[in-house]
Ligand binder design. Structure first.
Ligand code: AHM
Ligand code: MG
Length: 337
């Protein structure tokens, strides 16, 4: 189906809600709050290069106001947009060590929010794509009480919604509640996210691999052989393309549309990988699986891993199903040689 060009994200969420007669509308409201936070972060990201031109000095701008680092700005904006709605019991962010309680005086809701406010932040100064990632769970602790760490440490399979925003050549918001994956592109002239990608499905097999190849010497033998296999014209009609932005959210978004595999492996330096289970791997796994893809740590489904700590890191192999399956096979066959 061709997306309706004048369907805003707000209308799309409302239409989706009508299909679920028992929906309370709460999830819809909080997704709308996200869209608002994303618009504000997007505006600020677009101004990033102007900081020097406008004479900002790092700590204070020309008005004597404190200049926040963009990832801290994004973190604060997410809290500002989402804390007040009464939807959440507790939150956690990649930028904060501990769980974030809802401030006193604000109502406490039944959902739990985990987010990475600005992923790929080393790319900001070079005008390269970055993103925001979020994940929503239902609380497990009793309603009406403050949320707990246990609410946050749920397996990815318990997510009720997840999504991301890529601030790239344009800003795109992608979300899923488990049934279909939908994309909305920000039209800056009207300040609205307009429906651009209906029911995104990842190709069953792609021809792109995304991995930091600079770490080759630290890799285990199975991964070395797998990547060599993808490059080897003796095994394939055509070698795979190598594409690595260094912003997970942008790399996975591209592979979601074109097909392929994204890997941040465990290796001799990164013993448990680099990326965070709760803020990066689970939400991206939820989206990619909802689009028909696969996400594992090389053996176990990402969303089946029982989290032990908020900032836990795990290896990740994510993307087109056949590509991830083949990577797992190489790990099984060659890692212990
Ligand atoms: P960040 O959360 O500090 O931005 O780090 C996460 C990022 C991912 O977006 C990206 O894929 C990865 O780190 C890149 O790491 P490396 O530079 O080791 O390849
Ligand atoms: Mg991150």
């Amino acid at each position: 189906m061709q997306p309706n060009r004048f369907m805003t994200i707000e209308r799309h969420i409302l239409e989706g809600e009508k299909k679920h007669p028992h929906a309370t509308g709460e999830l819809s409201n909080l997704l709308r709050d996200f869209a608002m936070a994303a618009k504000i972060i997007s505006l600020e990201v677009n101004k990033a290069g102007l900081v020097d031109i406008l004479g900002f000095t790092g700590e204070r701008n020309i008005h004597g106001e404190e200049v926040k680092k963009l990832d801290i700005f994004a973190h604060d904006m997410m809290l500002a947009a989402l804390q007040h709605g009464g939807h959440f019991a507790v939150m956690a962010s990649e930028e904060e060590e501990n769980i974030i309680h809802i401030p006193k005086g604000m109502s406490i809701g039944k959902y739990v929010l985990l987010f990475d406010p600005l992923d790929g932040s080393s790319n900001i100064d070079a005008n390269v794509s970055i993103g925001t990632i979020f994940s929503i769970y239902r609380r497990v602790s009793p309603e009406g009480t403050p949320g707990t760490l246990e609410d946050c440490l749920q397996k990815g399979v318990n997510q009720v919604a997840a999504g991301y925003v890529v601030y790239g050549s344009s800003t795109i918001f992608v979300y899923s509640t488990g049934f279909g994956v939908y994309g909305f592109t920000l039209d800056p002239s009207v300040g609205e996210f307009l429906f651009s990608n209906d029911d995104i499905k990842i190709p069953r097999k792609g021809n792109i691999y995304s991995i930091n190849e600079g770490n080759y010497k630290y890799w285990h033998p199975g991964l070395k052989r797998y990547i060599k296999h993808l490059q080897d014209v003796d095994n394939l009609d055509k070698p795979y393309k190598s594409r690595y932005i260094g912003s997970m959210v942008a790399d996975i978004h591209r592979n979601l549309l074109y097909g392929g595999i994204y890997i941040y492996p465990e290796d001799h330096i990164h013993k448990t990988g680099k990326l965070r289970l709760m803020y990066e791997c689970n939400p991206m796994a939820f989206i990619v699986e909802a689009a028909g893809g696969r996400a594992t740590d090389g053996k176990i489904r990402i969303m089946e891993i029982q989290p032990k700590a908020l900032h836990q890191r795990v290896p990740i192999y994510i993307g087109s199903e056949d590509d991830v399956l083949l990577a797992e096979k190489f790990l099984r066959e060659y890692n212990n040689l």
